[in-house]
Design a binder for this molecule. Structure first.
Ligand SMILES: Nc1ncnc2c1ncn2[C@@H]1O[C@H](COP(=O)(O)OP(=O)(O)OP(=O)(O)O)[C@@H](O)[C@H]1O
Length: 957
């Protein structure tokens, strides 16, 4: 027995630290290594020497042993055998231990199982070797324990022998045999095996002595004290850090070292065994044969069946044979030539054994809590490995981050697509409404005559207005412009109104446009519109000088006082011909040139109209990428109802609008907006009277019906007329007569309104304006229709609320209600009733299911907002009012689901709108007006992302 060196102890410490760091429970990946195989050659025994046996084996170095046959006939080729270590006959057991077993044996203190075998023929020195190895190991273990007081160790000892294929407990006096059991976790266990907890080294020595005494020993011819059984001494070591003892997070290293002293193989003839010895020898040889088979199979890899269960020896030693243990085999052999065959067999066994691989691992027993924690951690690690095989944790974290970013971007893309689709859907619906108008524009523009040039410009204004009608997102400047135009014309219609300087200015502008070459005129429509807008801006700016101009005009045009007071197209023409001629003259344009200019202007106008449907409509503008990039200056709901159809309504592309926005005295409210809309008729009136060609057939027929005395000649009036004073005077008189009649009959305005309304397909709305007595019934009817359409089309609840709160029956609401009605009808007929082809043609992606999904999402958001907006008491009050049990789950969601669910019940609708307006903080109609329909004229934020959730909701229809 010897002490462990300092160097070894350091290595043990490192091993232990590694074991603790690994903290890997059994079953994890272990250290894979081959069985350490050494050969020990004993000296010739006295008997062998006496028998004059020769020693033909020679250890030529520490790893190779060769057989030199001393017999002449066999001395041809020496056979060499190489192993991990070979020990000459003069080597001490201590040396064998140190170099052939110690490292492996002492792995046990690091929580690693180990096994030391002694294999060899009978009387080769197995017991001699293993007795020493066991003592040295035990001594070193106790030495280690003594040096590691920071850890608490518990040593247990057990011992068995396998005699005649029966397992016997060497620490028990009971002579009964022990059963082998299969444990799913531990493998083969020996039932009722005595396991003594060692008190100290002396205790172990005493127990070992008991085992020696208990072991079956028999005398053979080869060995007086031949071991007739396989003996396995097991020393189990449990160790824990002192500081964690008894704590939840403590862990314990548990491992065993087995000292296996096999019975020696023997030839019956050599051992001269008979009777009991012969029987023992048979069992010994059989079990050793199985061991050899197992080793041989294992040495060839783990393919196929390994017959561990063929013997109790291999069954018990299974973990040590290619399992969770470090294993060393010391093959002992007699140098005597008389045992040459047995010695070769031993070396053959050793050769196979050195190829066997084991996978030893640190065995840690954890406390329950520590185990749970560890398993959770391990589970997470395994899940990650499954998800990202072969990816390091840092890359994994990066991937997660990227995944999150991708999800976020996908969500944003989805939202944008939805917004786009909804907007397109609404535009298309409105297109149905205004399509007729655009068609008529095409026609009338193509028919615009030279004399009608000023009125063609008026037509443009009217078109702008219709765009305005069709688009609540029209900014304030446009509205102001239209309104001011309307007001201006109204003023100029009054008797004694100063000369319409604006018309002249406008005419000058048209003339200037006409000076442009054909190519310039046919340039992009945006350019034309910009020029027009500049002209409009010029008009507006001239407003400031109107009084001054008026004075001068009053003086200059005293003749005007002699003309009929009402400003009509003919009056304008007639009255201002000299002035216009003067203006044109100042441009150096003779009548022929002017005619050419006017033709050019007509082309411009035709081109403009061509930009509208059918071939390329405002819809196409919408689809233009540059158009799509334009920021919406109004709420999304506003877009849902009314969509811009005129390129010059785009703020980004129409600087004049910005100028117009600065114009003083602009209208700043919804009523003024409607005023402009309603009095678009005034603009149209001028257009109609001045440019019959600019009206569609229906309009004309209407005028003709209203004015049966209209001279058809008016329709053929051309600039040439002005070159013929007599004819011009005649025409003028006739037209003036008509104007007078119109004034007297007060039908001009009605007609204008009617024509405008017809253009946008809103005849019925104007009926309501002109027939207030019928409007209340009409309103209720439309309101009911809209409510049901909202329901059918899964329209946003917030949108419904805004709309409901905004339009309460004022006659001016009729236009908006008509637009909403038609839009929803279109939605339902084309997208919600299976018009797949239409939807596909429009690249519409909003389906009924999608709108339902959006509606559900809106309800969820309302739910959340309700939590924020309403106090608990308010919510309770609502639950009671809406018949929702205060004990029920998801009360808020229940409430939101109730909202707007009964389309026929107007009281329900009113209360639904009331609840939602409270939830979203809609204080008054004005706010709804501003936020929902974008009719506020205050500067709008351009950043769409600044919209609150309310705006977002309102867009989801
Ligand atoms: N290396 C050695 N040096 C000196 N004597 C030895 C050596 N090896 C064995 N012996 C002696 O050889 C004899 C047989 O040894 P041992 O009993 O250990 O053999 P064995 O292999 O265990 O035999 P068996 O299988 O029959 O039990 C013993 O008397 C022992 O003292």
């Amino acid at each position: 027995m010897g002490a462990v060196g300092a160097e070894e102890l350091v290595r043990w410490e490192k091993m232990e630290e590694a074991a603790e760091a690994a903290s890997a429970p059994a079953g994890g990946g272990g250290k894979v290594e081959k069985i350490f195989v050494s050969v020990r050659l004993r000296p010739l025994s006295e008997k062998e020497v006496a028998a004059n046996d020769s020693c033909d084996w020679e250890c030529i170095n520490d790893t190779t042993i060769i057989f030199r046959n001393s017999l002449p006939e066999r001395s041809m080729i020496p056979t060499a055998y190489t192993f991990d270590r070979v020990f000459r006959s003069d080597c001490t057991t201590k040396q064998v231990y140190e170099e052939g077993a110690k490292e492996i044996a002492l792995s046990v203190v690091s929580g690693i199982n180990s096994t030391i075998f002694a294999y060899g023929q009978t009387s080769s020195g197995k017991t001699y070797t293993m007795t020493g190895i066991t003592e040295y190991t035990a001594a070193d273990i106790y030495e280690y324990i003594h040096k590691h007081e920071e850890r608490a160790f518990v040593l247990k000892f057990s011992a068995i022998e396998i005699y005649n294929e029966a397992v016997k407990d060497l620490l028990s006096t009971d002579s009964g045999h022990l059963r082998l059991l299969d444990d799913p976790e531990k493998g083969t266990v020996i039932e009722k095996l005595t396991e003594e907890t060692l008190k100290d080294w002396n205790h172990l020595k005493a127990l070992i002595s008991v085992c020696e005494a208990q072991r079956k020993i028999g005398e053979t011819s080869l060995n007086e004290t031949s071991s007739r059984s396989h003996q396995i001494l097991r020393l189990t070591i449990e160790s824990s850090a002192q500081e964690f003892l008894g704590k939840d997070n403590s862990s314990t290293l548990v491992a065993s070292v087995n000292f296996v002293d096999l019975a020696g193989s023997e030839r019956a003839s050599q051992a001269l065994s008979a009777g009991a010895r012969l029987k023992e020898g048979c069992h010994i040889n059989r079990s050793l044969l199985t061991l050899g088979t197992v080793i041989r199979k294992l040495s060839k890899g783990r393919n196929g069946h390994v017959p561990y269960r063929d013997s109790k020896l291999t069954r018990i030693l299974q973990p040590s044979l290619g399992g969770n243990a470090r294993t060393a085999i010391i093959c002992t052999m007699s140098p005597a030539i008389s045992h040459i065959e047995q010695s070769k067999n031993t070396l053959l066994f050793a050769s196979c054994a050195k190829e066997v691989v084991t996978s030893a691992q640190v065995n840690v027993v954890m406390s329950d809590k520590a185990l749970v924690k560890h398993l959770q951690k391990e589970l997470a690690r395994l899940e990650t490995e499954l998800r990202y095989p072969g990816i390091s944790p840092s890359i994994e974290a990066l991937l997660r981050e990227k995944d999150a970013q991708i999800k976020k971007m996908e969500s944003e893309i989805q939202e944008l697509i939805q917004q786009r689709d909804v907007a397109q859907l609404r535009v298309d619906g409105l297109l149905q409404v205004v399509g007729k108008d655009h068609s008529s524009r095409q026609w009338e523009s193509s028919q615009t005559s030279s004399l009608n040039v000023p009125y063609a410009c008026e037509d443009l204004l009217s078109m702008t207005e219709r765009s305005d009608i069709a688009d609540c997102s029209l900014d304030s400047s446009s509205t102001k412009f239209l309104t001011s135009r309307s007001q201006h014309y109204l003023q100029t219609q009054k008797p004694g109104t100063p000369s319409p300087r604006h018309s002249i200015t406008k005419f000058e502008f048209i003339g200037l446009s006409g000076n442009q070459g054909e190519e310039e005129i046919d340039k992009s429509l945006d350019g034309d519109f910009e020029e027009i807008c500049k002209e409009v801006c010029c008009i507006e700016m001239n407003e400031a000088c109107r009084s001054e101009d008026s004075n001068s005009l009053l003086t200059e045009g005293s003749n005007s006082l002699e003309q009929p007071a009402t400003i009509s197209s003919e009056r304008i023409h007639g009255h201002h011909i000299p002035e216009r001629q003067m203006d044109l003259g100042s441009l150096g344009a003779d009548p022929v040139t002017l005619e050419q200019h006017l033709q050019n202007v007509r082309k411009t106008l035709v081109n403009f109209v061509k930009a509208y449907p059918d071939a390329s409509s405002p819809w196409s503008s919408w689809q233009d990428p540059s158009f799509r990039t334009l920021p919406f200056s109004r709420s999304r709901s506003c877009r849902s109802i009314l969509v811009s159809s005129s390129p010059w309504l785009q703020e980004d592309s129409t600087p004049p609008n910005l100028s117009l926005r600065e114009f003083p005295g602009r209208p700043d409210g919804f009523q003024k907006k409607l005023f402009a809309l309603n009095h678009g008729s005034e603009i149209r009136k001028l257009s109609v009277r001045g440019s019959q060609n600019s009206e569609d057939d229906t309009s004309f027929s209407g005028e003709k019906q209203l004015n049966p005395d209209v001279d058809p000649e008016i329709e053929t009036t051309r600039l040439d007329d002005y070159r013929e004073p007599n004819k011009m005077t005649q025409v003028h008189r006739k037209k003036q007569l008509i104007i007078d009649q119109e004034t007297e009959l007060n039908v001009v305005e009605d007609f204008g309104a009617e024509s405008t309304v017809k253009d946008v397909g809103l005849e019925s709305t104007m009926d309501s304006l002109q027939s207030p007595s019928r409007w209340p019934q009409e309103f209720e009817k439309k309101q009911q229709e809209i409510i049901e359409l909202w329901h059918d089309c899964n329209v946003s609840l917030v949108h419904r609320t805004y709309f409901y709160m905004l339009f309460k029956g004022d006659p001016t609401d009729s236009i908006y209600m008509e637009v909403e009605l038609r839009r929803l009808s279109f939605l339902r007929s084309n997208l919600f009733q299976g018009n797949v082809h239409k939807a596909a043609a429009l690249d519409q992606r909003t389906t009924s299911s999608q709108s339902l999904k959006l509606l559900r999402r809106e309800r969820d958001m309302l739910c959340r907002q309700m939590q924020k907006s309403l106090s608990a008491a308010e919510r309770e009050s609502l639950y009671i009012k809406w018949g929702i049990s205060l004990d029920s789950k998801q009360r808020r969601l229940q409430l939101v689901r109730h909202l707007w669910s009964k389309t026929k019940d107007l009281e329900h609708v009113r209360e639904s709108a009331s609840v939602i307006s409270r939830v979203i903080g809609l204080a008054e109609q004005g706010q709804a007006l501003k936020e929902m329909f974008g009719l506020t004229f205050s500067p709008q934020e351009s950043n769409r992302r600044t919209y609150s959730w309310k705006h977002g909701l309102s867009s989801r229809k």
